[in-house]
Design a protein around this ligand. Structure first.
Ligand SMILES: Nc1nc2c(c(=O)[nH]1)N[C@H]1C(S)=C(S)[C@@H](COP(=O)(O)OP(=O)(O)OC[C@H]3O[C@@H](n4cnc5c(=O)[nH]c(N)nc54)[C@H](O)[C@@H]3O)O[C@H]1N2
Ligand SMILES: Nc1nc2c(c(=O)[nH]1)N[C@H]1C(S)=C(S)[C@@H](COP(=O)(O)OP(=O)(O)OC[C@H]3O[C@@H](n4cnc5c(=O)[nH]c(N)nc54)[C@H](O)[C@@H]3O)O[C@H]1N2
Ligand code: SF4
Ligand SMILES: [Mo]
Length: 686
């Protein structure tokens, strides 16, 4: 028996280090690394069962070609040679006929590995001259809001939350989606801290909090402005911090003057007194930390909401102390040499000879059905399951059905998207390949070597794109780079946060803390990114940016477009399922049961004669979806919730919540507005 170090590659802020127990070449147990300061020896429930997936009889083991109709899912085994020849020939032909921009890569968060997520694949598509994908599906609205305010996507460390006295989980389902922050919150609460959750849904996190603020979906910008109205009006702000390290205070004061608690109460569905109290608590409790997560920014004013929330710790000076500040993402602290890994300059050597156009992944349906100059003629999908996770699903599926679209899918299991492939290639899991990872919820940089052999003929994305490049005759030396070459390149950025972090050291230590507190005497000194200003904006100050912070309710909300809300009076929030990871565990029956439910408030259920267990239909102009009703206290009147995202092929109507969501984009960053979605619900006949 041996124990091998590995890293959970799933799209989760916690980026856990894990220990794999291997007996005679077979893994028998996974557990969290007890030496990792954030993993702390435990894995979440979903990944604790990952070996079921690893050894699933449904793993894809060989290259296959489609023999049935698109979407039907009938395939026949072929050799790797035939698969690579077919792909190379088809891509070459399409590039010749329509130009290489007719080829679209589509990938997202299947793995957070840098090599398998943004390595050889990017080099391949750049050399080809393919369209570039704008990877907006998750975080770009909030990212843009945060960058506008702070100029860096830096964050309060999770370990410092133990020192906080007030923690606000703002659109953050910590217990479900970021469980390794929870022990620090437990510790803080043991020392008297209060936990406030701002979320339209009574999540597991909200149920465990001291206070649940059940806000109207998409109205967080109004709440942030209302809090600032009180904080500025009652002179509870840190005038010294504001004076030294921020820009635009006068304009902010004028802006928030229009957001008194009464008005904000009407916009957010909260009580004016609660808004007043929250503002006072936040401004007068120290240290105070905000854990804002991506739930806030999947709405029409999501970018501005994050920008306004990011202004709060600058206004109160909460950045000054360990245990204060704000945490959205730590991702930018991983100051890699991404350009060296991705090699965008290869575009100049492509048949296109210039930078290729950019296609927004949140508009996949339109890209496949409307885009011209050139149209998308080939789609190469890896690390993603767009048939299930992209908005406005009916249009996406119509696009995937096109007979003239050549689709290649690299997958571990036969997902809904895989069913539309012309060529389906078997992919390794994170237990089977080498990669280096970034975390978006802490500052430890990990490396993982294969713990297990790849089953059948499965290959890592790195190997597949390397082989494809060679098959297409790309003779650039970079396509012969080994995984280790690529890691060395990535670490070679010259940024002080990566000082002294080498491949050899990572091989020895498995994970290394970034040098986020350079110059400090202790290697565990807290990272206080903005204690003394140092914002990454051009001015070096936190930018309040009041000019962009005017609030209007989302068009798809009960206070929005009158025609829409007349027909579709309920706001659907299809946020994450606690016990799965987007569609990744959608093959499991237990997950299927969670993701096929619609939570309704008793008053909305009664008005429609709906009881728990009834089959219901949720619908709007975009589509219709069958679900099972759950009448409970999870939502407020006017809001319904269905945990995302189930596998389409496991539903009787072959659809999931994304058949209802729109492809309307956020105010900043071109992100999707999954959580602003008006629907009507009716009881189905038995
Ligand atoms: N268990 C589990 N963990 C996951 C994932 C998963 O699918 N399942 N997915 C991973 C991924 S890809 C990501 S991006 C992260 C996301 O992590 P989170 O951002 O924490 O997850 P979400 O469920 O998108 O949103 C968080 C909360 O925001 C709430 N919310 C929705 N609309 C609004 C709003 O308008 N205002 C406010 N204040 N709250 C709102 C939702 O009800 C939800 O409880 O989690 C990762 N971890
Ligand atoms: N309604 C609604 N829709 C949503 C969301 C929501 O909250 N509500 N959340 C959105 C968000 S935040 C996100 S991030 C997206 C997530 O969307 P995706 O990034 O598409 O995530 P998954 O659905 O988990 O699909 C990832 C796929 O990658 C595969 N995979 C894993 N590792 C590898 C690998 O090494 N190689 C290859 N080739 N494949 C691999 C897995 O088998 C899995 O099928 O969904 C978005 N869609
Ligand atoms: S999904 Fe998140 S919490 Fe679960 S093991 Fe992976 S990194 Fe850790
Ligand atoms: Mo995400």
């Amino acid at each position: 028996m041996e124990t091998v170090h590995s890293v959970c590659a799933l799209d989760c802020p916690d980026c856990c280090s894990m220990l794999v127990q291997v007996e005679s070449g077979r893994a028998t147990r996974l557990r969290g690394d007890p030496n990792h300061p954030v993993t702390q020896g435990f894995l979440c429930g979903k990944v604790a069962q990952y070996l079921e997936r690893e050894y699933s009889p449904d793993r894809l083991l060989y290259p296959q070609k489609r023999v049935g109709a698109k979407g039907e899912g009938r395939f026949e085994r072929i050799s790797w040679d035939e698969a690579l020849d077919t792909i190379a020939a088809r891509l070459g032909k399409i590039a010749g006929e329509f130009g290489p921009e007719a080829i679209l890569p589509y990938s997202y968060g299947g793995t957070l590995g840098m090599l398998n997520g943004a390595g050889m694949d990017r080099r391949f598509f750049h050399r080809l001259g393919a369209s570039r994908l704008d990877r907006t599906i998750c975080s770009t609205a909030g990212g843009a809001g945060l960058m506008a305010a702070n100029g860096f996507r830096y964050a309060t460390e999770p370990e410092q939350f133990r020192l906080s006295k007030l923690i606000i989980a703002w659109g953050a389902n910590i217990h479900g989606a970021n469980i390794h922050l929870w022990p620090f919150i437990v510790e803080a609460r043991r020392n008297g801290a209060k936990l406030v959750v701002i979320d339209p849904i009574r999540t597991r996190t909200a149920a465990l909090a001291d206070q649940h603020v059940a806000i109207n979906p998409g109205s967080d910008l109004a709440l942030a402005l209302g809090l600032m109205h009180v904080i500025i009006g009652e002179k509870l702000y840190d005038a010294d911090y504001v004076d030294r390290y921020t820009n635009g205070f006068d304009a902010l004061r004028d802006r928030v003057a229009n957001y008194p608690p009464d008005r904000v109460a009407a916009l957010t569905g909260l009580a004016a007194q609660d808004i007043l109290q929250l503002a006072r608590d936040y401004a007068t409790t120290r240290p105070a930390a905000i854990r804002v997560n991506y739930g806030v920014q999947r709405s029409e004013r999501g970018g501005a909401a994050v920008q306004a929330i990011a202004a709060l710790p600058a206004l109160t000076g909460a950045w000054r102390e360990a245990g204060g500040g704000l945490h959205l993402s730590t991702s930018q602290a991983f100051q890699f040499n991404r350009a060296g890994l991705e090699m965008p300059e290869l575009q100049n050597r492509s048949a296109l000879g210039r930078e290729a156009r950019i296609v927004n992944m949140s508009l996949l349906g339109k890209a496949l059905t409307e885009l011209d100059g050139p149209p998308v003629k080939a789609l190469v999908v890896y690390n993603s399951n767009p048939a299930a996770i992209a908005p406005d699903q009916n249009i996406v599926l119509r696009g995937l059905c096109r007979d003239d679209l050549f689709t290649v899918v690299l997958e571990q299991l036969q997902t809904d998207t895989a069913d539309y492939a012309d060529i389906l290639l078997p992919a390794t899991t994170f237990l089977e390949h080498t990669d280096i990872y970034f975390a978006y919820g802490h500052h430890y940089l990990p490396l993982a070597r294969p713990a297990l052999p790849a089953p059948g003929e499965a290959r890592s994305n790195v190997e597949t794109f390397r082989a494809l490049a060679l098959r297409m005759g790309f003779d650039d030396a970079c396509f012969r780079d080994t995984e280790d070459d690529m890691i060395r390149t990535l670490l070679d950025s010259g940024h002080p946060f990566l000082d002294g972090i080498t491949l050899e050291r990572l091989d020895r230590e498995h994970f290394v803390r970034l040098n986020v507190a350079p110059g400090s005497s202790s290697k565990n000194a807290p990272f206080l990114p903005f204690a003394q200003g140092g914002f990454g904006t051009p001015s070096g100050k936190c930018e309040f940016g009041a000019e962009t912070l005017e609030y209007t309710p989302p068009a798809e909300s009960r206070l929005g477009d009158a025609t829409l809300r007349g027909k579709y009076p309920l706001e659907l929030v299809s946020s994450k399922n606690d016990d799965s990871m987007n569609s990744t565990f959608g093959n499991r029956t237990a997950v299927d049961q969670d993701t096929s439910i619609l939570h309704l408030h008793p008053s909305d259920a009664e008005a429609r004669a709906i009881r728990t267990g009834d089959r219901v239909r949720a619908f709007n102009d975009r589509g219709s979806l069958l679900l099972k009703a759950h009448v409970d206290g999870v939502v407020q009147p006017g809001v319904v919730r269905s945990p995302a995202t189930r596998w389409l092929k496991r539903a009787s109507d072959a659809r999931n919540a994304n058949v209802l969501t729109s492809d309307r984009l956020t105010d900043m960053g071109g992100g999707p507005t999954f959580y602003n979605c008006l629907v009507q619900v009716e009881r189905c006949g038995d």
